[in-house]
Ligand binder design. Structure first.
Ligand code: ADP
Ligand code: ADP
Ligand code: ZN
Length: 214
């Protein structure tokens, strides 16, 4: 099964992708994580993406499509992919159609996680992750059970993203509405779109996703 999690910054795409992976088999493909890794590694892609990401703008289609295309050549994706944060533009959606078709893969569903803009600033501003395993947390909605200790792996180092501040979130939201929200129409026309209420709690959203996936 290959699915896309579509939604604005802070909607819960990464959180739900990790929960879906627990079921087994599926691989999370987060272009944000891949680009951050490229920035950290100082690669050519990282050098080109860094300033754009810090400003909350979209990295060029050419770069992102290149990164995804390469990732889809790895054998582990055959089990099924959860696309998290990709595609974000019409050009990316069309490129993904071509990439999947070229590999004989099928897109099963696009899950649109709907959350009002007002809530997203809080979601993004309160976000932090485990430095060791990447588990996601939130200052008010999802604190580790033991203060300062990751529930998932026991590590005690956490990190916050440079672009997770109220100012940059506004730019990212603007990019979402201008370039990514139109994909809802694209995938509705393709008969692939399923919608879930992302304002509900994490567990409830996870249940709703399992339900629409059947
Ligand atoms: P995205 O990948 O869409 O940007 P995340 O999955 O990183 O979003 O979630 C953003 C923040 O909101 C994280 O701190 C996460 O713990 C929290 N969060 C995710 N889903 C929910 C939810 N349904 N209710 C409350 N907080 C949530
Ligand atoms: P979030 O889900 O919280 O919006 P991501 O981790 O998906 O954050 O993305 C962080 C940043 O990485 C984006 O603001 C953008 O600069 C870049 N990025 C990630 N995915 C894409 C993409 N598919 N196209 C263009 N830029 C991207
Ligand atoms: Zn951890």
């Amino acid at each position: 099964m290959n699915i896309i999690l579509l939604g604005p910054p802070g909607a819960g795409k990464g959180t739900q992708a990790r929960l879906l992976m627990e079921g087994g088999g599926l691989v999370q493909l987060s272009t944000g994580d891949m680009l951050r890794a490229a920035v950290a590694a100082g690669s050519e892609v990282g050098k080109q993406a860094r300033a754009v990401m810090e400003a909350g703008q979209l990295v060029s289609d050419e770069i992102v499509i290149g990164v995804v295309s390469e990732r889809l050549d790895a054998p582990d994706v055959k089990a099924g992919v959860i696309f998290d944060g990709f595609p974000r533009t019409a050009a990316q959606a069309e490129a993904l159609d071509r990439l999947l078709a070229g590999k004989g893969l099928v897109l099963d569903a696009v899950i649109s996680i709907e959350v009002d803009d007002e809530l997203l600033v809080d979601r993004v501003s309160g976000r932090f992750t485990c430095g060791a395993c990447g588990e996601g947390y939130h200052d008010t909605h999802k604190m580790p059970a033991r203060d300062g200790v990751c529930d998932n792996c026991g590590a005690t180092e956490f990190k916050r993203r440079a672009d997770d501040n109220a100012e940059t979130v506004r730019a990212r939201l603007a990019a979402y509405h201008a370039d990514t929200a139109p994909l809802i129409g694209y995938y509705t026309a393709a008969g692939k779109l399923r919608t879930v209420d992302g304002m509900a709690g994490i567990g409830e959203v996870a249940r709703a996703i399992r339900e629409v996936l059947g």
